[in-house]
Structure formats: C-alpha cells, structure tokens
Design a protein around this ligand. Sequence first.
Ligand code: FEO
Length: 370
Amino acid sequence: MFDELIPLPDGTSYNSYLIKGDEKTALIDTVDPTKTKDLVENLEELGLSIDYVISNHAEQDHSGSINTILELFPDSTVITNPRCKDLLMEFHLIPENRFKIVDDGETLSLGDKTLKFIYTPWVHWPETMVTYLQEENILFSCDFFGSHLATSNLYVTDRCKVYSSAKRYYAEIMMPFHTMIEGNIEKILQYQVDLIAPSHGPVHQDPEFIINAYQEWISDKTENMVVIPYVSMHGSTQIMVDYLVDVLIEKGIEVRPFNLSRTDIGELAEALVDATTIIIASPTVLTGPHPLVVSATYLTNVLKPKLKFASVIGSYGWGGRMVDQITSMLTNLKIGLLEPVIIKGLPTDEDLEKLDQLANEIEKRHLEIL
Ligand code: FEO
C-alpha cells in the first residue's frame, strides 16, 4: 500500500541513479526510508565516494534516505531548487549549509559528464524538477513517466504491462495536474532524449512510447466509455447497474462497472483517464450514499479526470438526500448532470424504463461530442 493510500498490485521500485564522472560522482534521488539499507549496501559494493546528491523531488519516497547518505559522505552536497530545499529542510531537518541551489537550466559538471536541471513544477508537487545527462541524452524524470511496477528488468520489456502500470500511476499521481503537464512535456521535447529513467518502475528505451501515452492522457479527448462505481447492499442497486450495463453495451458503449466493496480503487482511477461519463450507483444508508461511494466520489473529484457527464442511480427504503450529497462532492469537475434515477425498493418495469431513458441520453450526449 503506497503511502498507506494506493494499492500496489504489481509492487513498485524506488530508483536511485549513480552517475560517475571522471572528476565527481552524483547520486540522483535517494529511496524510501524502508529501503535505505538496500541503497547503502549497493553503494558500499561500488566503493565510490559521492560528491553530489541530486534531489529532483522532496517527497519522502525519494528523499527519505538523504540524511543517511549525507552522514556516510560528509563532504557531499545536496543539489536542488529553492522550493525543494525548503521542503527538505522541513521534512528532514537538513542544515542549510549542505545545499547548493540550482536555477532552471543550470548545469553541473562531473568532469566528462554534465548534468542539466530542468524545472518541471507540478508533476506532481510544486518543486518537482528533472535532471538531464547531456553527454548521454538520459532524462532522470523522478515521478514523471514513472510506473508502480516491480520487475527484475532494468528496461521496459513488456510494453502492454508498462503502459497499464504507467497509466494507473498517471491516474493516481499526475491526473489532478494534467493541465500543467502539457507545458512540462513541451519543455522536455526541446532536448534529445534517448532514455527516460524514472524513479519508479523500469527505464524507457523508447521515450516516444511513454511521451505519446502522456500526450494522449492529458489531451481533451475521451472515449465512448461509461464508468459505474457502485455498491449494492440488498440487490436493488445491483439490478439497476446490471440493467444499465446491458443497455449501454447494446448501444456499443464501453462500460466499466466497479463494485466498490471489492474493487481495487487504482483500477477505477485508471478507467477514469478515458471515460466520458460516470454513473455513481448507491443504496441509501442513513439518508445518504454508502460510505464507499462517498469515498470513491471524493477520489473522483480530487483526481480531476476529463469526464464530461455524470449521473446518480440507486435505491432507498424510506427516504434520503443521496443525489444532492453525491453531486455536491463533484465541484472540481466541469460536467453536465444527467437526470438521476433513484427508486424505492426493487426496480419495477417503470424504473427500468427510466434507466433506458438515461442510456438514451448518454448515447445522445456521447454522439454529440465524440
Ligand atoms: Fe514518488 Fe511524489 O513521489
């Protein structure tokens, strides 16, 4: 469970890269505190002294071992940008005299190798930057273009697997900032990049593959797809969801239902990258939506997917304010609300007709914009 927040069905890696020049040696990013021992053992095996610790990003999964490295190499200096320095000082109490600040575009010579620092704010924190090894055209991108994927292969070997892991990672980490990412990709495209070495997951030998994928994900384009996160307690909402899924399939619309009492929330996030419409389906619990539906709705709102339309379906026993409570949680999204279908008890033929009407409306709206 990454950060006690995101399930990691395929694991992850924390990548730290050592660059040895003929005069100086730099370590790009450290690792999560839980992996400090592994990093130190690997460095001991190499028997090198470290002059610079490059910090592309202050989040603890990449900065959590900096203090250990600074203790092991007392003459080493942390190289980073001003915002990252402030955060590192606050997170790890690193004294100010251990830092050297670099400007956007500034270079650092290791002798026969040169590192260039490129600010890429908001992928996915305000201080994020990437490091470019000029002589070998390698971009060390930290979280940018990364994937939560543990593999013994250093490089991407299974593109389908990495595409899916990177997309899921994008959905969970980067999607809320997708409008900022476009400018940062343009900035990177000014350089000849032969390898992208992220700090999670394998290294990209074909940078175009992952850059194209990002450009597709951040574009305005959505797919003819409906996502249905749902919970059913006593079967009524399940009948509604099953019925709506079938009607939408008959119309040629891709449907992705997610039973929230069992689903991996990361898969829901990944589906939201492409979906045009979300239908949130819930039974009524104590006059409101099921808590799992509240959680998924909150997550959808903060992830800021490109969704265009939304609606609510579900059931109640004696009353409730479920629709208002769900729609009031979607304020980050620029969506058109479609007529909800809320029923009492088991669905009747009349209720199912309302779902037919909702499906017709979804089809009509999708045809208008896709
Ligand atoms: Fe992999 Fe934002 O840390």
